[in-house]
Design a binder for this molecule. Structure first.
Ligand SMILES: Cc1cc2nc3c(=O)[nH]c(=O)nc-3n(C[C@H](O)[C@H](O)[C@H](O)COP(=O)(O)O)c2cc1C
Length: 262
């Protein structure tokens, strides 16, 4: 039976998980959430949704995607969220969003991966990244086994404190994040005008005109792909990011995330 996995990913953690599941099952198609939102979303018998946790909940683009999912209930619907510290209430919020579309979430999973949000300190140094990513492989392998068995239940990491504050905080942060949108991003003098920031942006929010530095519009999804994938570390977010570590999952390539090649 065919499985379609919809993914959203800024620094490749979630994409890595989606691809690992693809490799671990038979007949899996990977579709980017951003691309799927541009067209019609076809119903599929087995459906997966893989995305990062933003402010203890699903990213806004994932919420919009869920609102556009066909309400034909798949035989098996699962979600895998990747997170840096705590998934909070992501699974319960996602389940409620799906329920409003008439869909039942059969299984929810989470994988602890490298943190990528600069205002929370961003990514740790490489040695720690390796440790986190190695541990993630064990979690991913367990998830693949459970998906193969069509396992049902909430297998995501649980923390009562973050789950309780998560629901309230999610609403607040989602509003705050969308208000800021792309306004805090800029390219400093290290910019080589290569255009990677514009091409890796899943929602075409970065524009690069000939010979000019990139500019950010107000459709930003806060995935930080532009920030982390800039080869010159020239993309900044506010005033404190110049010396921050840039990160992407070691097995995800820039090309994997460049969903708009034109
Ligand atoms: C805007 C934003 C908000 C985030 N909020 C959380 C959070 O609430 N809890 C958490 O554990 N990680 C949080 N993170 C970290 C990411 O969920 C984590 O690094 C994830 O694996 C990134 O996946 P990606 O590489 O597929 O984008 C946040 C990251 C971003 C960019």
């Amino acid at each position: 039976m065919k499985t379609v996995i919809y993914w959203f990913s800024g620094t490749g953690n979630s994409f890595h998980v989606a691809r690992a599941i693809q490799e671990g099952l038979d007949d899996v198609e990977l579709i980017s959430v951003a691309q799927a939102l541009d067209g019609d979303i076809e119903p599929s018998q087995r459906t997966g949704l893989v995305f990062p946790v933003y402010a203890w909940g699903p990213p806004a683009i994932v919420a919009r995607f869920i609102e556009n999912l066909p309400s034909d209930t798949p035989d098996y619907l699962f979600t895998v969220v990747t997170y840096g510290g705590a998934p909070g209430s992501t699974m319960s919020i996602t389940r409620r969003m799906l329920k409003r579309r008439g869909l039942v979430l059969n299984a929810g999973f989470s994988v602890k991966m490298v943190e990528n949000y600069p205002p929370m300190g961003g990514a740790p140094e490489e040695k720690k990244q390796r440790k986190i990513n190695d541990a993630a492989e064990t979690e991913i392998a367990q998830i693949i086994t459970l998906i193969r068995e069509d396992a049902s239940g909430n297998f995501a990491q649980k923390n009562l404190f973050f789950s309780l504050i998560g629901c309230l905080a999610y609403r607040f942060f989602r509003m705050a994040l969308s208000r800021q949108s792309g306004s805090k991003f800029y390219a400093d003098d290290k910019c080589s005008f290569c255009g990677i920031c514009a091409r890796v942006c899943p929602v075409q929010n970065v524009t690069l005109l000939d010979g000019k530095k990139p500019t950010w519009s107000n459709r930003c999804e806060q995935c930080f792909a532009c920030f982390h994938w800039c080869p010159e570390k020239a993309v900044q977010y506010g005033r404190k990011t110049v010396d921050m570590i840039r990160y992407h999952h070691p097995e995800t390539l820039l090309n994997d995330l460049m969903i708009r090649q034109e």
